[in-house]
Ligand binder design. Structure first.
Ligand SMILES: [Zn+2]
Length: 233
C-alpha cells in the first residue's frame, strides 16, 4: 500500500475505524464492515459518475462528518423530491404549478423560448435579455441512445402552439435555444417541421456559440450575443 492510499485518513475521527479510512483497504475487506455502510456504498455507487471506489470514499466521508450535517443533506435530498416538481406548462422545476414564469403577467405570453434543460433556462434568465416564456424539452433527440420524440416534452409544446392558434391568438415567436451538438441540430430540424404553420415565427440563436458545448457552460457575453442576433430558422 502506498502512502497516497491513506490520503483520506484525516476525514475520520481520531481513533476507531482508521483501518477503513482508505477506499482501497475498505473494498478489499468487504464483509468485515457494518451492513449499514455496505448499503450506503451500494446506493452511492448507483449515482451517475460514481464507481465503487468513489462511492466508498464518499461513504467514509459521511461517516466522519457531524450527524447534523449528514441529516441536513438527507433532508435536502428528500425535500427536493417531495417539494419540487415540474411545471405542467413549461416543464421547468418549480415549487408551484404553473411555475412563477408561466404565471407572471409581466412575461410576454406570445413568445416561447425552447431549451434543452432547466440549467439552460437559468443561463438565459441570467442574461436578463429575454422576457418571454419557456419550454424545457428535457434533452435532445438521440436515436443512438434510444431517445425519440415521445421521450421529450415535444407534444406539449405542439399543444401549446395549437391551442393558441385555435383560440385565434397564435404564439408570435418560438425561439429554438438549443445547443450546437449534432443531436441538438436534428432536434431543431424536427421541431421546425412540427411547429410550422401554427402562426409563429420560428427563430434560432445566432451562431457564435462554441461547437459541441452545452448552453449552460457558455459564458455570459457569448450567450448575450447569440440571443441578440438570433435569426429566422
Ligand atoms: Zn412553467
Amino acid at each position: 500500500m502506498t502512502s497516497n492510499s491513506h490520503a483520506s485518513v484525516g476525514i475520520l475521527p481520531e481513533g476507531g475505524g482508521l483501518v477503513w479510512a482508505s477506499p482501497e483497504v475498505f473494498l478489499t475487506n468487504k464483509g468485515k464492515h457494518p451492513p449499514q455502510i455496505a448499503e450506503l456504498i451500494e446506493r452511492l455507487s448507483r449515482l451517475p459518475g460514481l464507481g465503487p471506489k468513489s462511492a466508498t470514499r464518499l461513504a467514509l466521508y459521511f461517516l466522519g462528518r457531524e450527524t447534523e450535517e449528514v441529516r441536513a443533506l438527507a433532508k435536502a435530498l428528500v425535500a427536493v423530491k417531495e417539494e419540487v416538481s415540474f411545471c405542467s406548462v413549461c416543464h421547468n422545476y418549480t415549487q408551484q404549478d404553473p411555475c412563477p414564469i408561466c404565471s407572471s403577467p409581466e412575461r410576454d405570453a406570445d413568445q416561447i423560448c425552447v431549451v434543452e434543460t432547466p440549467a439552460d433556462l437559468l443561463a438565459i434568465e441570467t442574461s436578463g435579455l429575454y422576457r418571454g416564456q419557456y419550454h424545457v424539452l428535457g434533452g435532445v433527440l438521440s436515436p443512438l441512445n434510444g431517445i425519440g420524440p415521445s421521450d421529450l416534452n415535444i407534444d406539449d409544446l405542439v399543444f401549446r402552439l395549437d391551442s393558441r392558434f385555435e383560440e385565434g391568438h397564435p404564439i408570435r415567436e418560438v425561439l429554438l435555444a438549443t445547443g450546437s451538438s449534432p443531436e441538438a441540430e436534428s432536434t431543431c430540424v424536427y421541431l421546425i417541421d412540427r411547429l410550422k404553420d401554427k402562426g409563429a415565427a420560428i427563430t434560432r440563436l445566432a451562431r457564435g456559440l462554441p461547437v459541441g458545448v452545452d448552453l449552460e457552460y457558455v459564458d455570459g457575453g457569448t450567450l448575450k450575443q447569440a440571443l441578440e442576433f438570433r435569426r429566422q430558422a
